[in-house]
Design a protein around this ligand. Structure first.
Ligand code: ADP
Length: 254
């Protein structure tokens, strides 16, 4: 692994040619594997986004991976791991001279379209975390025809945008290296401020008018900031300002 410069994340890699979902596999093996174990597959036949939504994961064209983590933190803090993942992907791309934007809380955009989604799941009991699985899906070397017609206006790949084939191993190594640094700060020093800085500076939402969708509920507002807790600070149309915790909200531009 020439691109890896970590102490524990990615030191144990479970590699598959094909799999239903890397998050599903990671959850199955999480109790028996050490923190930092990575499940990675060339394709996913049932890749998942949030709320069970399908994630398109064609063979050899992306990075479809899940990282097993066992942080000793309060379970309510786990959603912050998604922001660490987003910041790590953004930094890794930047290291390779690729500019991107973070769409809080779990997507990375290029040219305003999604190239990466992050799905963090956890298993806990009695306020103790058994494990966390963070899945990262990145559209790396998709060609136009690899994007399903119904996703053409919201999905993008690095290759389509930059017109170059990307070395997936180099990008993978970079992401894991960047993630480990941010994760150690979170786990041991209980701080996410470096990741928040990255999410803020590269935010696709700050200053924008958005729709916030929570189940059946939809509200309009303007995004003011991402605070130190990693929450989205929104000013609603009636002038009230509130902090939105990532939970299960979707944010859409107007
Ligand atoms: P949202 O951004 O709407 O909250 P999710 O994070 O749950 O969505 O991701 C799932 C959605 O992403 C799918 O419903 C689909 O619209 C879109 N999608 C699925 N596969 C891909 C992909 N490979 N690249 C970009 N977008 C995708």
């Amino acid at each position: 692994e020439p691109y890896l410069d970590t102490s524990f994340i990615g030191r144990n890699i479970k590699y598959f040619d094909t799999i239903d979902s890397t998050n599903k596999k990671a959850k199955e093996i999480a109790f028996d594997e050490n923190e930092g174990t990575v499940v990675i597959s060339e394709e996913q036949t049932e890749g998942k986004g949030r709320l069970g939504r399908h994630w398109v994961s064609p063979k050899g064209k992306g990075i479809w991976m899940s990282i097993i983590l066992k942080p000793k933190v309060d379970p309510i803090k786990v959603s912050k791991i998604t922001l660490l993942g987003a910041a790590a992907v953004h930094k890794a791309l930047k290291n390779m001279n690729i500019e991107s934007q973070i769409k809080w809380p779990n997507d990375i955009l290029i040219d305003g379209k999604k190239i990466c989604g992050i799905l963090t799941e956890m298993n806990c009991e009695l306020n103790m975390i058994n494990y966390v699985v963070m899945g990262i899906g990145i559209n790396v070397n998709f060609n136009q025809e690899d994007i399903p017609v119904d996703l053409k206006d919201k999905a993008m790949s690095i290759k389509i945008s930059k017109d170059i084939e990307i070395n997936r191993k180099e990008l993978l190594g970079n992401i894991i290296n960047e993630f480990e640094k941010l994760y150690i700060d979170f786990r041991d020093k209980k701080t996410i401020s470096k990741a928040i800085k990255v999410c803020r500076e590269s935010s696709a939402l700050i200053g924008k008018e958005v729709r916030i969708i929570k189940g059946e509920e939809e509200t309009l507002g303007k995004v003011l900031d991402i605070n130190e807790e990693g929450e989205l600070v929104v000013e609603f149309q009636d002038g009230t300002v509130d902090n939105i915790y990532s939970g299960e909200v979707s944010v859409r531009g107007l």
